[in-house]
Design a protein around this ligand. Sequence first.
Ligand code: ZN
Length: 352
Amino acid sequence: MKRVLPLALVPAILAAVLYLHGDRPAPAAQGPLPIPEMQFNDVKEIAPGVFFRLSSISAADPKIPFGGSNHTWVVFKDYVVVIDANFPKEAADVVAAIKKTTDKPIRYVLDTHHHGDHAYGNSVWAKEGAKIVAHKNAARLLAVNGPKQWEEASKATGKDARDDLKTTTLKQVDIPFDDRYVLDDGTQRVEFLHFGHCHTIGDAVAYLPKHKILCTGDACVNGAYNFMGHSNSASWIRCLNEMHKLDVDVICPGHGKLARKDLLKTEVRYFTELRAGVQAGIDAKKSLEDITAGLHFPWYKEWTGVDVAGPQMNKDSVKHVYNELQGKVEHERLGWVPSPLETRPVAVTRGD
Ligand SMILES: [Zn+2]
């Protein structure tokens, strides 16, 4: 018997064939994307043409080697877009990992902010022919403070030593943007968005509306990786709530494992409870030491594996919030400018 293909299946099969040939739009996400189990340095295609590489940073477990930030890359029709630049050595590792997934050239790299594990590898990407994109505040911090901070970092010794900073140079941002910068070739779409002062004054996230993926850099991390030294915690909470309004299924955090959208609310809970706990201590005229010793969030330990005031970085976060709540953090010195959220709603458009 001659089998006849049901007509209803034809468009789906045609779309699949065209997609496999690589020059038609990637199918839009249908239903929640699966979240793969990943080990450090694994690469997984989490949506058509979207790859995630889980890196490692030793904040939670000193036995795990340093790998810098996580990376997401998106394969467009003619080029590749990469989220985050990492340090130079780690950037070269990621370039090699990308080349195992595609032979298309790397054209754009987003520095999600100016910190070394997200921006110091810029020269490695430039050598590949990529343009470096960043929010204008991140670009300014890299231009104004970058050279001195790079020099200091290159002189570090012991476990902080970075020989790669002695053999490369600080590459500045090519394309600074204000609130948004969009790449769309009809097959893929990536929107770089600035929501305001979060982890730094120059945070940008990458939103992939077709796949409902949000790559957050350190504006949202999964685990005990929140460095707050350059943050504005009140603004950070507002920005995370704004990000939550996006149609998102999967979060690719700057550090830690892939997560569902509720990671944004977990971060909001952390900053909100931290601020409330510290404020209660200030109201009770407690010292910073007593406030720090008295902070215990069992849910936080369940999430991160460490205490909310355990590792030094977490203690530093308590101190930062303690100073912030008393108006002692000079956000101006950090280059603070009013967040767009404080003056007007964030304009986020989806699709063309
Ligand atoms: Zn950072």
